[in-house]
Design a protein around this ligand. Structure first.
Ligand SMILES: Cc1ncc(COP(=O)(O)O)c(C=O)c1O
Length: 468
């Protein structure tokens, strides 16, 4: 029966039934609701990585059998990514990088060479899609609607005002704080109308939605896509940057072996893409893992999986909004204009976000994330903080009192999660919101809460892995 209640996708994911220790000495099957931070590998990905390790060798220039097999596997992974995103390789190039942060920094480094050009960003962005622009290329930041949504009018006004100066619009495909999905193709049309390109930070979107970059002559096409393998069930250190071929005109940002045709005593002749942008020995296993993850998601039924995940997300969102004292960032509407990921960030009245997260973990075996989720401006916006309040917090943090940072608790789902897990989570949050926190916790200067009597003991054999 195709129901999220039965967890029909669960068997395809590794490590999801792990017993985790609780305070007091008992264990419980852990619930992982921290998928927006990182995901477990698909079992097939894990098994392919293990098997491929026997075949692994350097790629491209080796003549040995294993080298040839590894090169084929690496390039096959590139094709998989390309097909998955609808890339036309005559126009765009797929480059393997470390992850989204690396990809966005690469774009920003190139942008920085375009004198006087600026990048338009929204207040919604993760710091990976904000700081590289701010500190390398220069940026203009546009505000959001009161509810924390992309404001197309504000984007158009900013593009009009900066016409000729703004070369790029940088936008997340989906927010890692509210799960709001951005109207990518509408923003792309606007960007192109005003002579700019669009870069999509797809770290959160790619694992949960099909992305189609569309052909270059489509006004709504997407010029750049950045994503991370570890957020899409291939946590082996590889990510992707898709970029227009003509973007990489000069010397690459990262220089080294493999990126050249010839180096003489005085000259360097850079080689063709993608090798020119992949200097050094690439992460072959990571790239292969990502290719297999994509292949597996498609084979299992990406759309059906995501439908189940969305149903769970709605159940969680609706359940949270019914709990007295709980407020969800971005409101309770599951079907916002562009859609919403199965992810909710929430605050519990009167309780520090770190304390709620600690109690969920140590007393209920539920893994979540808390804080500002590397998206400070967006969280400040969603918490309706005034500029003066933010300045005050900044002063506290600068003085070393990081616990002054406000924040929320985030629960983010994946297809292997189940209704039973969502219900256990909702019960736990409801009980915490009623003040039922059994243990006592101490808050460190950085704001995190630790159990006063020490962490729950990690049982063997895991003990051996973490204590060497
Ligand atoms: C929206 C968004 N962008 C970028 C990143 C950075 O991804 P990575 O740490 O894989 O480079 C994250 C990670 O949480 C994210 O959620």
């Amino acid at each position: 029966m195709n129901s999220p209640h039965t967890g029909q996708w669960r068997e395809h994911f590794a490590g999801v039934d792990l017993p985790v220790p609780l305070l007091g000495g008992s264990t419980v099957t852990g619930i992982n609701f921290d998928n927006a931070a990182s995901t477990p590998p698909l079992t097939r990905v894990r098994d392919v990585v293990n098997g491929f390790s026997d075949l692994y060798s350097s790629v491209h220039r080796g003549t040995g059998y294993k080298s040839r097999v590894s090169t084929e596997a690496y390039e096959h992974a590139r094709e998989r990514v390309s097909q998955f995103l609808g890339v036309d390789e005559s126009d765009q190039v797929v480059i393997f990088v470390k992850g989204t942060t690396d990809a966005l920094n690469r774009i920003a480094a190139e942008e920085a060479r375009l004198d006087g050009r600026q990048v338009l960003v929204t207040e919604m962005e993760h710091h990976a899609d904000l700081l590289p622009w701010r500190h390398r290329s220069g940026h203009v930041m546009v505000g959001l609607s009161d509810g924390g949504h992309i404001d197309l009018d504000a984007i158009e006004q900013a593009l009009k005002k900066g016409h000729g100066k703004i070369s790029l619009v940088a936008l997340c495909g989906a927010s890692n704080v509210t799960g709001f999905v951005s109207p990518l193709h509408e923003v792309a049309e606007l960007a192109h109308r005003y002579g700019a390109r669009i870069s999509v930070d797809a770290a959160q979107l790619a694992p949960h939605h099909r992305i189609d970059v569309r052909p270059a002559d489509d006004p709504g096409h997407i010029d750049f896509v950045s994503l991370s393998g570890h957020k899409m069930y291939a946590p082996y250190g590889a990510g992707v940057l898709v970029a227009p071929r003509d973007f990489f005109a000069g010397a690459p940002e990262v220089m080294g072996g493999g990126a050249i045709d010839i180096v003489t005593w005085d000259d360097t002749v850079w080689t063709d893409l993608p090798d020119r942008e992949e200097a050094g020995s690439p992460n072959v296993i990571g790239a292969v893992a990502l290719g297999v993850a994509i292949e597996t998601l498609l084979e299992l039924g990406f759309e059906a999986m995501l439908e189940d995940e969305m149903a769970l997300g709605t159940r969680m969102l609706e359940g949270l909004t019914e709990i007295p004292g709980v407020g969800v960032l971005g409101g309770a509407e599951p079907s916002t204009p562009g859609g919403r990921l199965a992810l909710s960030s929430f605050v519990v009245e009167g309780l520090h976000h770190g304390l709620v997260a600690a109690a969920l973990s140590h007393e209920h075996g539920i893994a979540v994330r808390h804080g500002c989720f590397c998206a400070n401006p967006y969280v400040f916006h969603l918490l309706h903080m005034s500029k003066a309040e933010v300045v005050q917090v900044e002063g506290e943090v600068t003085a070393g009192r990081r616990k002054a940072l406000p924040g929320a608790v985030r629960a983010s789902l994946a297809p292997y999660n189940t209704e039973a897990e969502v219900d256990r989570f909702l019960e736990a949050v409801a009980s915490i919101a009623r003040g039922r926190i059994r243990a006592s916790y101490e808050q460190a200067a950085d704001g995190t809460f630790a159990p006063a009597g020490g962490w729950p003991r990690i049982p063997s054999p895991l003990h051996a892995i973490v204590k060497h």
